[in-house]
Design a binder for this molecule. Sequence first.
Ligand code: NAD
Length: 484
Amino acid sequence: MNVQAVLGEIRNRPGTGEVIPIINPATEEQITEFTDCGEDAVNDAVARAKAANEAKVWRGLPGSERAKILWRVADLIDRNADTLAELESLNAGIPPEQARIITAVGAEWFRYYAGWCTKIEGIAADVNTGGVMGPNSQLHAYTLKEPYGVVGLIFPWNGPVFNYCAKLAPSLAAGCTSVVKPAEETPLSALVLDRLLAEGGVPDGVVNLLTGYGHTAGAAITAHPDVEKVAFTGSTEVGKEIVRTASSNLKKVTLELGGKSPVLIFDDADLNMAITMAAMGIFIHSGQGCICGSRIFVQRGVFDQVVEGIVTIANNLKLGGPTEEGSMIGPLISAKQLNRVMGFLDDGKSDGVDIVTGGYRLDRTGYFVHPTVLTNVDPATSRLYKQEIFGPVVTVLPFDDDDEAIAYANDTTYGLCSTVWTSNLGRAHRIAKEIQAGTVTLNCQMTFDHSMPFGGYKQSGWGYEAGRAGIDTYLQSKTVWAQL
Ligand code: NAD
């Protein structure tokens, strides 16, 4: 399937709602358009997923068979990497080499979870505590790990291939059937991946793709009584909305939400490395990564040096569209996101923060904002400091000692990621225990692997993705008792 075919296919998808344009964020040109699938399509998709679940066409397969299929899907993703990466660049503005890496990681999600298909197991125990069965009864108990029936998988635009694979690989490994909704801004690669699942051998009805808005298709999935679980990645605000809607039938909900991740740089750190990683850790993908470190705290003695280093990198990053030679950083995803980021920057200007570099939109087509470094920000009042911006904007503040650094790190309603740069290993591990976040990286940053659990403390989420915890997200536990 080539890019032109995908653009035509989405245009021809049936729908009953609004026509939604798909925009190239680097050129502001419309690439194609599609019609919101509408509520009837959601009902049909859930019915298909429910029928496939009841017919056991997927969960009834031996784990080894599911594993082979997932492995084949991974190989197909690799084989179609050119198309997927091209779509990722066209639709999300991601530079080609980065799009390639993301696509390769997508395939690895499927290989990793192929391995888990044959390792879904519970516990067993002999129990003789009796209860009403009498003091001498001998009982044997064991647990079964069973897939939820229909799961709703909803995710954002910031890494379309990655987000699709992160949801589909574990839910399929667990044996779930699903309805899947990518972001309305970036549904294109999902069409290809959907096709590759079928080509790899995932039976009809197991995965059902829906293309539409969040407030229409997404809300209908979340409200549907036959959807047993929703696994959502997106903003904290929509996450809360999903929880409210899901309460109608007490659906289980997993949430991977926003962050305002702190980066602590101590004066004994390898400063070259810390400066480079802290800068790339916020400016990569124009700051549109949930794990971006958007609040940097620097020990006072090296504050000026670190700010200068980050600013130098910010000023030398080549922004541009994926077809522009040497581009390292792409645009923001949409005009809406651009306005949101500029709104935060306008606030900062009226609050009197120091804009050390950036703070403006580039004078060209495309939704490009210059990487922005802000100091002299008031943590008590600044919206810039408190709220997730999801743009290339970082605040940098000084601290004096470990306690102050930890207090700053935890001074947020979020708890997704955090980073500590120091050569004092004892301090690094001590601080790792104190930070209220689901991920702490010590002398490294932006680390992620499908083999290790990823989840948020506080308002950054509920539950986990990746690792063993990632397959447990799609399994429920049943306890079986037997009298011997
Ligand atoms: P968003 O919450 O606006 O949208 C995410 C998805 O939810 C989209 O598919 C959207 O259509 C859908 N949606 C919107 N309203 C809905 C509703 N009422 N009911 C059901 N679905 C609805 O988020 P976004 O702006 O697309 O993405 C950026 C956010 O995602 C950031 O906050 C970022 O931190 C977060 N994110 C988190 C992780 C993580 O793993 N923690 C990863 C990537 C992105």
